[in-house]
Ligand binder design. Structure first.
Ligand code: SAM
Length: 295
């Protein structure tokens, strides 16, 4: 994962992508998985870009192995610090920490405004170190939190233990019983949830893969799906280009931006419509969050 879109030492090239949509099943598939579906219509996305530091035709599983290995090693150390409270962060990392916290706070403000969080069954897909899971537990939600990285899940579990196992805080005790942590690829998650949330994970998916990923998350959701992603805008594309002039040592996995219109289109194919949206933008952190509800 990039620390900052603007600093990515990657090149981009245009690709044209066709995504096959399974009719009537609320699921999408790419061409490598057509046999799973009976009938398809074709959704043709406009030109998108994908970073090409690695060959662009890598199977999804290879990319996921790279992401998993990164978040179990150097990425774990970096993101544990960014998503923490200590001062072991540099200026860029501090900016990203603040930006990410704004995204989490915006999401919690939406949920708090709805006022029905206690007891709600929520899936936090790609939970990282628990930056969202923990405040959801504080508010009485029942959370299924998973991540492809064992180390990230371990850290999330440790943070939950530290926050909620104080024997003197009786109100905290139910929280640990309300959470289920697991290590898994989010496309292997099963179950049904009132709300499925996936924050800042789509940056690891090119849009053609994002379609099947979002379709899977949509299939788990009874009411609501909340996603955030790095928006693909002219300004960010320029900043990304500027970053190529300052390559430095690579600290990243590949990073993908997405057009908001593409994400909305995918959500609509899955039977959802956007209800609330917000863009968080600091110097080095850009994230668009969309709350979509079942139509
Ligand atoms: C930038 S972090 C965001 C973490 C968390 N959602 C948050 O906002 O605090 C991205 C996380 O996505 C996880 N991830 C990436 N690809 C994944 C996948 N296919 N399945 C599950 N988790 C994944 C990474 O391991 C990492 O913890």
């Amino acid at each position: 994962m990039s620390e900052a879109i603007a600093l990515l030492p990657t090149r981009t090239r245009p690709i044209r992508t066709k995504i096959l949509v399974a009719r009537g099943q609320g699921q999408l598939s790419d061409t490598s998985n057509t046999s799973a579906f009976d009938s398809f219509s074709t959704l043709s996305f406009s030109t998108m870009t994908a970073s090409n530091r690695l060959p662009s035709n890598l199977p999804n599983s290879d990319e996921q192995t790279i992401v998993r290995d990164y978040f179990n090693a150097t990425g774990f150390d970096r993101w544990r610090r960014i998503y923490g409270t200590t001062d072991e962060v540099n200026r860029v990392q501090l900016d990203i920490r603040m930006g990410h916290q704004q995204t989490v706070d915006s999401l919690l403000a939406w949920l708090d405004a709805d006022g029905n969080l206690a007891g709600m069954k929520i899936c936090d897909a790609g939970c990282g170190v628990g930056s969202l899971t923990l405040p959801l537990l504080e508010r009485g939600a029942r959370v299924s939190a998973s991540d492809i990285s064992e180390k990230m899940v371990g850290e999330a579990r440790d943070r939950a233990q530290a926050q909620f196992s104080n024997p003197n805080a009786a109100s905290n005790r139910p929280a640990l019983g309300n959470v289920d942590f697991s290590v898994q690829d989010l496309e292997a998650i099963t179950g049904r949830y009132h709300t499925v949330i996936c924050l800042d994970v789509l940056i690891h998916y090119p849009t053609e893969k994002a379609a099947s990923m979002i379709a899977h998350l949509a299939s788990l959701s009874e009411e609501r799906l909340i996603l955030s992603f790095a928006p693909k805008t002219v300004l960010l594309s320029l900043l990304k280009k500027v970053g190529e002039f300052f390559p430095g040592p690579s600290k990243t996995t590949r990073a993908y931006q997405h057009k908001e219109s593409d994400i909305i289109q995918i959500l609509e194919f899955c039977g959802f419509e956007a209800k609330r949206k917000i863009l968080t933008s600091t110097s080095f952190y850009y994230s668009k969050m969309i709350e979509a509800v079942r139509r």
